[in-house]
Design a protein around this ligand. Sequence first.
Ligand SMILES: [Zn+2]
Length: 458
Amino acid sequence: MAKIRTSYFCQNCGAESAKWIGKCPSCGEWNTYVEEVIQKEENGRGNWQQGTDRTKKASKPKKLQEISDEKSPRLVTHDQELDRVLGGGIVPGSLILIGGEPGIGKSTLMLQVALMLKGTTVLYVSGEESESQIKMRADRMHLKSDNCYILSETNTQLIFQQIEALEPHLLVLDSIQTLHSKHVESTAGSVSQVRECTAEIMKFAKETGTPVFLIGHITKDGAIAGPKILEHMVDTVLQFEGDQHLSYRILRTSKNRFGSTNELGIYEMRAEGLREVSNPSEILLTQREETLNGVAIGAMLEGNRPLLIEIQSLVSPATYGTPQRTSTGYDSKRLNMLLAVLEKRGGMKLGQQDVFLNIAGGLRVDDPALDLAVCASLISSYEDIPVPDLICFAGEVGLGGEIRAVNRIENRIAEANKLGFKKIMVSKYAIKGLDLKKFEIGILPVTKLEEMYQQLFG
Ligand SMILES: [Zn+2]
């Protein structure tokens, strides 16, 4: 019999220690160590195909030229947003973690993907919901599949038994926090369990070439519950986010071994499931009849995709002493910098004004090309003059009030053109040498904030 052993684990980063310590030497957090019982079986930690234990040939070094360059084809889902975020479909044998707050729709997304994959055997394992609950969810989506198997189970060894019998092409595990392995004694969701289960699943994925989606819940401060080590172990980390009260959901990558991390997928949550939003600008721009003060449209890039996004601001005299500066979806330091530039270079008296800035659609943005639109929106609210209709902006604002060129300006102009904008204001330096005749949209080149002010509000 193995003797019972306990160890202390940092709940933040997963570092292990034989004794309790107040401050984690690995991540620097205080009071994060919790004692967990770990009991390891003496006969090795093999789990996936433990009994067979094939003698593997040791790998030999190969010349680079000798390695065959045949790429194993990616599994393409019927979800174009997901495929793009993953970098062009699912890589065989990859372990993909999808994190998000409880109730945001991770299970819905995964079930939808599983049901839409025709001709591919999918095993959907849930420790969160019963089989009948999943059936009801699938019925609401009006989706049917002959190849999607549902299993309600949390023990990894029992799950692997079913996998061996079924040999699925894709495995979905909902969620990592409910899984437990018999090789570790502590409760499901604890650091040692999460680590052990992930290692077992990783081994399975790599040895069989089966891609695995692992759902993970996120804690209040935005980290995936369980240790950071989880994010290091997997190949790809997807974040599914959005406001529970809004219908839009955003899928983004924070890590991807097989593609870029800049891509973004947008979905609309409906009663029957998630709808892909292939033209996100249509939802990020409010359709309205009259123009409003404090609203400006910026042309930004998210990954390779240009997006037009609505920026709203409210500048009003501070009534309660210290003026407030609040921004939602936009870096507050950047906002303060732009306010200082407007004060110094534009002569606006902002010291006694409350300033609220909001990015529509619940998006978080950090493209400096939005500076010009943010400034236009602030000036519009301050002066109580609306920004003229059907005009948008793409330019970075420097500390001297100069408008700087931003990258890939042609893509931004093309997107604004496509969406029917009449004019786009850009840095004069950005359009040198560009052939702009192909666009119907009018270009307003500016070099300074003053010129923008004169053209729009003067
Ligand atoms: Zn730590």
